[in-house]
Design a protein around this ligand. Structure first.
Ligand SMILES: C[S@@+](CC[C@H](N)C(=O)[O-])C[C@H]1O[C@@H](n2cnc3c(N)ncnc32)[C@H](O)[C@@H]1O
Length: 345
């Protein structure tokens, strides 16, 4: 039987590394070979040298090949201890301490089970706190196939094994004895997008980023670089989740406050201590005027809501009625602020 030559295999492995960061050690080559055989069979390609040639030239074929080489295994509430921490500690803190949208990114989301699990907990936490905070969940993956399945939201019993009966009836509709579908109003709350972590990156900053069981495919240097980018994309005080068997070397990441709980693989980005922040007061009607004035004087500034997300070495325009709330948030987070009460206008 014809097989891939070592050189052909090497070429494919190197292409996957270059384009997608997928790193296969030589001991994984038999796995790659096996997947390539199935891929060639499915694609109806019997001439393997031709497949290798096409892979180097045809971006669409490479995209399909990467789907065949990655593992998409996932299920709801995978690594339950992390979801317990999320529910018990993180979400109540995030909800009570911030303003506006809570932004979450599930990077390497596979069929969406992870993103929906977070959504359910978040909805429950918001309801329990009677808060008016809104939700923005981005879930990304390199594979179009899994993203389509995530948008459809259909799951089998094995994937739902950690979902209790209450949540099953609240968030899902039964299709048949083997499968359920996430109700459409919940499916609409997650934004699924195709994204190659080595090429694309979201513009916004997040309260929580999950990149679990995804960087296990990547080279050590790539993992380090990506982890740095993930931490940059987190708001100060935000949380970063890795898979339960993955970890960050805390010596390499000074912006990490602490591992959230020993061996949980949940990390918190520290808050910056504002050194120079000044608080100016303006009335609601004067906000635009105040903003123009700050800009004219070349002062960096933020409105009350955003200062908590930024590096805080800036000035802040606030309606006086919000002062108490903002100061109590600073106090809770042990942030010292040099408070200069000044009326801007
Ligand atoms: C094992 S799944 C993890 C799913 C989920 N995060 C979990 O922990 O259950 C890994 C996912 O990472 C995706 N992936 C691999 N390389 C990627 C890349 N370069 N960019 C984006 N996603 C990638 C794969 O398509 C796969 O769906």
């Amino acid at each position: 039987m014809y097989d891939f030559t070592p050189a052909e295999l090497e070429l494919i492995v190197n292409t996957m590394l270059k384009d997608y960061g997928l790193f296969f050690q030589p001991e994984k080559y038999s796995f790659v070979r096996q997947r390539l055989h199935s891929f060639a069979l499915d694609a109806g390609i019997s001439d393997y040298s031709n497949l290798v040639l096409r892979v180097s030239k045809d971006a669409e074929l490479r995209r399909r090949l990467v789907e065949a080489l990655v593992t998409n295994e996932t299920w709801f509430f995978r690594h339950p201890k992390q979801f317990e921490i999320l529910k018990r500690e993180i979400l109540p803190e995030l909800i009570s301490e911030g303003y506006g949208k809570i932004r979450i990114w599930s990077a390497g989301c596979s069929n969406g089970a992870e993103a929906y699990s977070v959504l359910f907990l978040l909805l429950e936490a918001i309801k329990a706190s009677s808060s008016e905070r809104t939700i923005d969940i981005l879930a990304t993956d390199i594979s179009r196939r899994v993203l389509e399945s995530a948008r459809r939201g259909r799951y089998n019993l094995a994937e739902l094994k950690e979902v209790d009966a209450c949540r099953l009836s609240e968030y899902f509709e039964r299709i048949d004895s083997e499968s359920y579908v996430v109700k459409s109003q919940y499916r609409e709350m997650v934004n699924f997008e195709k994204m190659n972590l080595f090429q694309d990156w979201p513009k916004q900053q997040f309260d929580i980023i999950l990149c679990r069981n995804t960087m296990i495919y990547f080279k050590r240097e790539d993992k380090k670089e990506l982890s740095e980018r993930f931490l940059k994309a987190l708001k100060p005080g935000g949380y970063f989740f890795l898979g339960a068997n993955e970890s960050l070397d805390l010596n390499l990441y000074p912006s990490i406050d602490r591992a959230f709980e020993n061996k949980s693989s949940v990390y918190k980005k520290s808050h910056m201590v504002p050194q120079k922040a000044e608080i100016f007061f303006a009335t609601a009607g004067d906000m635009i005027k105040a903003m123009n004035l700050m800009e004219k004087n070349n002062l960096k500034f933020d409105f009350g809501e955003n200062i908590l997300d930024q590096d805080c070495t800036r000035s802040m325009i606030l309606q006086e009625k919000h002062l108490e709330r903002v100061l109590s948030i600073f106090q809770k987070r042990s942030i010292k602020i040099k408070e200069v009460k000044r009326h801007l206008l």
